[in-house]
Design a protein around this ligand. Structure first.
Ligand SMILES: CC1(C)CO[C@@H](CC(=O)O)CN1
Length: 430
């Protein structure tokens, strides 16, 4: 192979049903980024970055075999890009045996924040626990010190709730009850009512969210005396669609009534301001280029037919820039020792450590916002808070956990005209 090529492996969730097929938009975003970094003259001068990839279908077993084939066949790969929490768990746990850094653009599981199990893992996708400091901040802002938790019994939500419970304890916020359900939320919702829960944090995938919402309507656990925190990355009209397909017994109108006023938190994945990023583009410039590429791939973007992973595409684009910047730093360092990344083999711990420390200290403004990694390789990200007002999501503000800075637009609206209470107030007239 041409001696000026640096090879990396890529494992994308494209086909298949289960989990997240985000590779559909993330792979085109990676190809855009490879094009850009390879045209950046002062980045990896004299070298080009080449990607070798295959489809994991978001299935860990298939992901493992894709990884095995990438490593078994030459040329040597210097790093692996991967998506889906399940696949990243498998790939990142094994990669240390080949001294490879793994960069995940689509993995939200809190379990991945573990340097013992995943010593070489970094991710441009924030952990699901990134919502928790924001939830605490909002509870404090509105004076709620008594909350309930309703969650679907899925690994990602179980570990997120454990982190949330720890933070509530730290903040002196009482968790009055924690209810979980597998697929039918009716008993769990009944228990919330029994415990007089008023402020409830809900953690579930979008299909379960529709079942919960209809249950809330039927059990009257909505309206002016209740505040629900839902996850913000469902599609905007999630509470009005698929009702027949998923045998939801509530009407659209009833779902809207139950949904009115709920709050959401989500990690910001598209840079919100108009600043020029390291690539020379603003995030809107990136959106235009990505939309053009997806249209060429046959997606009907103008009629809202986006591929899965569109939301996370900036994370994949910035992952490639992270690789290029880290390799650039490593090349400069190695050349002082008369070495090059071209010498890397899977047993070369020295070069692997150089790559690790380079990625560990990589920071830049990307299309997904400021890119930086925590000591556990987690993406440091801003969160966004929204509220459903008259059936539509309205941005209420942003939260920067690092600086504990809440940017608030004072747009929130409460059905009863005032902030709901977190408990029943018994007024004894003396
Ligand atoms: C925000 C979401 C949808 C969370 O799941 C990620 C996929 C995963 O964690 O497997 C992709 N991004």
């Amino acid at each position: 192979d041409a001696d000026n090529v640096l090879h990396i492996g890529g494992i994308f969730p494209i086909a298949g049903e289960g989990g997240w097929q985000g590779g559909q938009a993330c792979m085109p975003a990676v190809n855009l980024a490879l094009d850009d970094v390879n045209h950046e003259k002062n980045l990896l001068p004299g070298f080009i970055l080449k990607l070798h990839s295959n489809d994991s279908e978001c299935e860990p077993g298939l992901g493992a075999s894709v990884m095995y084939n990438l490593l078994y066949y030459k040329p040597h790969k210097l790093m692996l890009l991967a998506g889906c929490s399940t696949v990243c768990t498998t790939v990142a746990e094994a990669a240390k045996m080949w001294n490879l850094v793994v960069l995940c653009y689509g993995a939200s599981s809190p379990a991945l924040s573990d340097r013992n199990r995943f010593p070489t893992l970094f991710r441009t996708h924030p952990s699901a626990t990134v919502h928790n400091p924001t939830r605490i901040k909002l509870l404090q802002k509105f004076g709620w010190s008594r909350v309930a938790i309703l969650q679907q019994a899925e690994e990602v939500f179980i570990s997120t709730v454990e982190d949330l419970e720890a933070r509530c304890k730290e903040a002196g916020i009482e968790i009055v009850t924690r209810q979980s359900f597998l697929s039918d939320p009716s008993d769990a919702v009944r228990n919330l009512r029994r415990q007089d829960a008023r402020i409830i944090v809900g953690l579930f995938y979008v299909v379960a969210a529709r079942r919960v919402l209809c249950e809330l309507y039927q059990q009257k656990l909505y309206g002016k005396s209740y505040v629900w925190f839902f996850i913000g990355w469902y599609e905007d009209n999630w509470f009005e669609v698929n009702l027949d397909k998923e045998a939801i017994t509530c009407t659209k109108e009833q779902m809207r009534l139950a949904a009115e006023g709920h709050l959401t938190t989500e990690a910001l994945m598209w840079n919100q301001n108009n600043d020029t990023t390291i690539s020379g583009m603003t995030s809107e410039d990136f959106r235009q280029r990505l939309n053009k590429m997806l249209k060429e791939d046959g997606y009907d973007i103008d009629n809202n037919r986006y591929p899965e992973g569109y939301q996370e595409a900036p994370l994949a684009y910035d992952a490639v820039w992270s690789v290029a910047l880290a390799f650039n730093k490593t090349m400069e360092k190695l050349s002082k020792q008369g070495k090059s990344l071209k010498n890397f083999t899977y047993t070369d711990k020295e070069i692997a450590d150089e790559i690790y420390s380079a990625i560990n200290s990589t920071q830049f403004l990307g299309v997904s916002g400021f890119v930086a990694f925590s000591s556990q390789g987690d993406r440091i990200a801003l969160t966004q808070i929204e509220q459903v007002i008259d059936g539509k999501y309205v941005k209420l503000g942003y939260y920067d956990t690092q600086s504990d800075n809440l940017t608030w637009r004072n747009m929130e609206r409460w059905i009863g005209g005032k902030v709901p209470q977190d408990r029943t107030i018994i007024r004894t007239v003396l």
